[in-house]
Write a protein that binds this ligand. Structure first.
Ligand code: 5GP
Length: 173
């Protein structure tokens, strides 16, 4: 049975990083209207911390796409839930938990670009650079991590462990 093992990024490290990212985001948008778009389910924990750490009012919306089964990337992306907000002419910040192959983020980016936002930027907490198959770059990246499956802080294994306040590796028990 796979259970959380070694802590890769502690709660304290995450808190510090969220503050740093929020500072950069706040400086960049300087009080302009921004819609933060969380990619469900993984991003909701990070988004909720990030939005409370930025220094200006933001709108929030969510999208859900599916591209992952168990620990394998399938390459397909289906929209399970679309935005309610019209993003045309708006500043959009996509908030992601992790960029792995880049397939999900790239697909989301393309879908949103077609809706003609004023600007479109990407903020991801974790980045597994080694696994990238699609060239997609985040404007704000929290941590570069090794090519290992991680759980916690929104990230699941078979829908569990999203509630861990830290990011952890899995171990077989
Ligand atoms: P990509 O399309 O970049 O390959 O995958 C992105 C999505 O895969 C993430 O939003 C996340 O849901 C899932 N994912 C990628 N790596 C991990 C991981 O190490 N742990 C978990 N729990 N999910 C992952």
């Amino acid at each position: 049975m796979m259970v959380p093992g070694k802590v890769l990024i502690s709660e304290k490290e995450i808190k510090k990083k969220v503050r740093e990212l929020a500072k950069k985001v706040s400086l960049y948008y300087k009080g302009e209207d921004v819609i933060m778009i969380g990619v469900l389910k993984g991003a909701f924990v990070f988004l909720s911390d990030l939005m409370r750490a930025v220094k200006f009012p933001v709108k929030v919306d969510f999208m859900a796409v599916k591209s992952y089964k168990g620990t394998e990337t399938t390459g397909e992306v289906n929209i399970l839930l679309d935005l309610r907000e019209d993003i045309e002419g708006k500043n959009v910040l996509i908030v992601e938990d992790i960029v792995d192959t880049g397939i999900t983020l790239n697909a989301v980016k393309r879908i949103l670009e077609k809706r003609k936002p004023k600007s479109l930027r990407i903020c991801a907490l974790l980045d597994k650079k080694e696994r990238r198959v699609v060239d997609v770059r985040g404007d704000y990246i929290g941590f570069a991590i090794p090519n290992k499956f991680v759980v916690g802080y929104g990230l699941d294994f078979e829908e569990k462990y999203r509630n861990l306040p830290y990011v952890s590796l899995l171990k077989d028990e």
